[in-house]
Design a protein around this ligand. Structure first.
Ligand SMILES: [Zn+2]
Length: 240
């Protein structure tokens, strides 16, 4: 059971658990082996077509939380890295000081190994980004409404009926705990326009009521469906 949970969460954690059983101090061994595997993955994954977006990088593209790096969840194909960096650079050029924050991306190895709960994040060609936010009308660089960047929903009209089973979580109990930031519509719309005009990007998921608010009207901008996770707390992009 622990093996499965660790594998589902981090891809490499289950392997670290198995290897740690050869040692007397299993917990210590697990921690050391996991760290070694996680660092080694950064060097080995490029040979298998994925690169890590580092939590240590500064500049226009950053990772929202160290949690994502610690769990090996920030891997993308080199093409996706270029798409993300190009978009972040352009945003910082057009709106100086803008920082684009990566959330969950993909694991380092194997196509078809999904990064739950994101069923489609299984090939290095998908990435989630935090929205840009304002506080009292001022852009807040590198910050989201919650520490992980997910689950702070901007409610709006939906045609989705209540359903079960579903990944369309409302997390109502969490909503009062977030920073009281507003969606930065100017920056978010500008970023979306950039992805729409980027030939490498095939699909963008954002909740329909937000697409309408932001004036997005393009076949690339899709609704993810009623049983998939809500996209009024983050943006999902994927390559062609
Ligand atoms: Zn996604």
């Amino acid at each position: 059971m622990v093996f499965i949970i660790l594998t589902v969460l981090t891809q490499l954690g289950g392997v670290a658990l198995l290897l740690s059983r050869m040692f007397r101090h299993r917990i210590l061994a697990f921690v050391v082996i996991y760290l070694v595997l996680a660092v080694a993955a950064m060097w080995v994954a490029p040979a298998f077509g994925r690169v890590a977006i580092s939590c240590f990088q500064s500049g226009p593209l950053q990772v929202q939380s160290e949690v994502y790096c610690g769990l090996n969840r920030t891997y993308v194909t080199p093409e996706m890295r270029d798409v993300l960096e190009d978009a972040a650079d352009a945003m910082a050029r057009d709106y100086p000081g803008t920082v684009t924050m990566l959330l969950d991306a993909n694991f380092p190895f194997f196509d078809g190994f999904p990064l739950l709960p994101h069923l489609s994040h299984d090939d290095g060609e998908k990435a989630d980004l935090a929205f840009y936010y304002t506080d009292d009308g001022q852009y807040v660089p590198g910050d989201a409404r919650g520490p992980l960047g997910y689950f702070a929903f901007k409610d709006g009209p939906t045609t989705c009926p209540p359903a079960w089973p579903t990944l369309r979580w409302d997390m109502a109990w969490l909503q009062a705990g977030w920073h009281d930031y507003a969606l930065d519509e100017l920056r978010t719309a500008a970023q979306m326009d950039r992805f729409i005009s980027d030939q490498r990007v095939g699909k963008i998921f954002i909740e329909p009521h937000l697409a309408q608010t932001l004036g997005l009207n393009d076949p690339k901008v899709r609704f993810q469906g009623c049983r998939a996770a809500r996209h009024d707390d983050h943006i999902h992009i994927q390559l062609n």
